[in-house]
Design a protein around this ligand. Structure first.
Ligand code: NAP
Length: 256
């Protein structure tokens, strides 16, 4: 590839790109010719992702790291990696997230802290770290992966700490859109309904029973690629007037 071709590629950072929705995001952005930086904590999952995209990895189009987004030292390492191969960042997708407990009073304070750390504080901290690099892009975008549970207490997930973390993320999306708008950075979110992924801890039955509920209008889990399509749109010039919005991709779940 020529230097001009390399410069034309968008530089895209996706947290938690090693499984589920994140892996679909990696595929979608690689598919549009972008350079993707991603990471997760489990080295085996990172190795599997690289094995799935050997050419992209060997050509430097896919940079996959092992690391925990809640650790400041890792966020610095990630930023160093981006800076060593790109003069800017065009797209940041805060996708990594966890569900650690279930119930309300049953959840421990430790589970609350860890959930808020991963699902809310880390997206803020990563966006804060990336702001300078994003400002150097001609069309910078941040996209936060929220959830249908954020605004619906009875929805899919039984974990209160998870729902609260995602509600906070929705407000963070709006606050960041306000704060970063003057620098030309758009900030949006997507709020998926029930998506097939590892986050359900392999509980296929639970996922399918949720999907069968009357207000999941398609009566089936959403494909991770459906979320990736929405993110691609929000990251595209076609969405240039969209900021501070969270787009529901929930098969009607939250209108039921
Ligand atoms: N699946 C659904 O039904 C659904 C619905 C609404 C919203 N969402 C949201 O969609 C996002 C992706 O979830 P998913 O369903 O695709 O689940 P998933 O398959 O479990 O993917 C989560 C990804 O995040 C990574 N990750 C988690 N914590 C991390 C940390 N502290 N540091 C770095 N990486 C971390 C995971 O890798 P490691 O574990 O190896 O770190 C994995 O790559 C999450 O924000 C989730 O809340 C999912």
């Amino acid at each position: 590839m020529t230097d001009a071709g390399r410069a034309a590629r968008r530089a895209v950072c996706i947290s938690g790109g090693t499984s589920g929705i994140g892996a679909s995001l990696v595929a979608a952005f690689l598919g549009t010719g972008d350079r993707v930086y991603t990471f997760g904590r489990d080295p085996n999952k990172v190795a599997r992702l690289v094995a799935r995209w050997p050419e992209a990895a060997s050509q430097g189009a896919l940079i996959a790291l092992v690391g925990d987004v809640t650790h400041e030292a890792f966020r610095s390492q990630l930023l160093d990696e981006v800076r060593s191969t790109s003069d800017r960042l065009d797209v940041l997708v805060n996708n990594a997230g966890v569900i650690l407990g279930s119930g309300t009073l049953e959840e421990s304070v430790e589970q609350w802290r860890a959930t808020l750390e991963a699902n809310l504080i880390a997206p803020f901290a990563l966006t804060q770290s990336c702001a300078g690099l994003l400002e150097r892009s001609t069309a910078p975008v941040v996209i936060n992966v929220s959830s249908a549970c954020a605004q619906h207490p009875f929805a899919t997930c039984t974990s209160t700490s998870y729902s609260v973390s995602k509600s906070g993320l929705d407000m963070l999306t709006q606050r960041l859109a306000l704060a970063l708008g003057p620098q030309g950075i758009r900030v949006n979110g997507v709020a998926p309904g029930v998506v097939e992924s590892e986050i359900w801890g392999g509980n296929q039955g639970l996922m399918e029973s949720i999907a069968q509920r009357r207000h999941v209008l398609t009566r089936q889990p959403i494909d991770p690629a459906d979320i990736a399509s929405a993110v691609l749109f929000l990251a595209s010039p076609q969405a240039r007037s969209v900021t501070g919005a969270t787009l529901k991709v929930d098969a009607g779940y939250t209108i039921g």
